[in-house]
Design a binder for this molecule. Structure first.
Ligand SMILES: CC(C)(COP(=O)(O)OP(=O)(O)OC[C@H]1O[C@@H](n2cnc3c(N)ncnc32)[C@H](O)[C@@H]1OP(=O)(O)O)[C@@H](O)C(=O)NCCC(=O)NCCS
Length: 162
């Protein structure tokens, strides 16, 4: 897989990444065009906080994109009952890239790397995405398939055993 130009590198997420993952969780919230940004404290609500709180559990896995030593994006997996829950054995994927680094392939590369590593531990990965979020195209390209949906969001899953 080609490395992006410049000083961009990828590394596994560590326990020390928790503060950055709170920021990434905020960045991952889908805000429809023209709508105001949510309050930053929104990520502390339990339905969102569960994606990051106490990062570094034995089953947590993540990849960070780093530019000259500074993290600029993250993709991470956690076993939990989140918006994209399918079963107790399937971790949920979260991903975000800082706005100025989007659309340059970082999200694709982080997810591909994470799924490659995740194969050693999990049979599948799920996620939840707003139906209007352009990220849906990225997930479909990577092989995620819809398993359920309502008017606002859909749950997608990828089988890692194929
Ligand atoms: C989604 C995201 C992680 C993808 O990372 P990226 O480095 O921008 O993605 P890549 O360059 O590898 O791939 C481009 C694809 O990302 C998605 N994308 C690009 N910009 C986006 C944005 N501002 N918001 C959401 N998705 C975006 C699109 O699917 C795009 O594919 P397209 O060109 O066919 O439309 C990143 O854009 C982001 O952080 N977006 C905001 C947070 C978010 O929506 N997270 C997902 C929540 S389910």
């Amino acid at each position: 897989m080609a490395e992006p130009a410049g000083c961009l590198t990828f590394r596994p997420s560590t326990r020390d990444d928790e503060p950055f993952l709170w920021e990434m969780l905020y960045q991952a919230i889908f805000v429809p065009h023209g709508m105001p940004l949510p309050d930053r404290d929104i990520v502390k609500h339990s339905n969102l906080a569960r994606y990051v709180e106490g990062w570094g559990r034995i089953d947590d896995m993540g990849v960070a994109a780093v530019d000259a030593g500074i993290p600029v994006g993250a993709a991470w997996l956690r076993l939990m009952i989140g918006y994209g829950y399918v079963d107790d054995q399937t971790p949920e994927l979260s991903v975000a890239v800082l706005p100025e680094y989007r659309g340059q392939g970082l999200g694709t590369q982080m997810i591909e790397r994470l799924l490659q590593v995740a194969k050693s531990r999990y049979h599948a990965v799920s996620l939840s995405v707003s139906v209007d979020n352009p990220a849906r195209r990225l997930y479909e390209r990577l092989g995620f398939k819809a398993v359920s949906r309502d008017d606002a969001s859909m749950t997608m899953r990828i089988d890692l055993d194929q």
